[in-house]
Ligand binder design. Sequence first.
Ligand code: THU
Length: 134
Amino acid sequence: MTTVDKTLFAAAEAVRARAYAPYSNFQVGAAILADDGKIYSGCNVENAAYPVGNCAEPSAIAAMIAGGGTRIKRIYVTGPGTMPVTPCGGCRQRIREFADLDVEVVSHGVDGEPLIQTLGQLLPHSFGPEFLGK
Ligand code: THU
């Protein structure tokens, strides 16, 4: 593991400890290395009205935008168990807004090997800002 990956993993795990997931008991952490060189993190925040709960990835994206970062250069997602926690479909699209297709998304369980995939692999033939001229 590179130093950056160790830092991202540690940041994702630190924020995962603060996840609010009393309904699923499935705590997720996400950590972003942004274009400003900073690391932004976020966890899932569930709600008694289930559909309005937040995943960890949009929490981390919101922290990045609020903190002054604009682009995702690398992102870690960590969760419980041994299976790597890959971003849900909606989160793939949310990452797509702020990352190039060759950006690597690293998924981790607590133990076991990380799964490293590019955003383009996770979300092929995707729709993005350039379709709207942005
Ligand atoms: N979850 C995330 O935070 N990110 C994902 O990409 C997958 C799912 C959360 C949502 C919910 O709080 C819990 O995991 C169980 O689905």
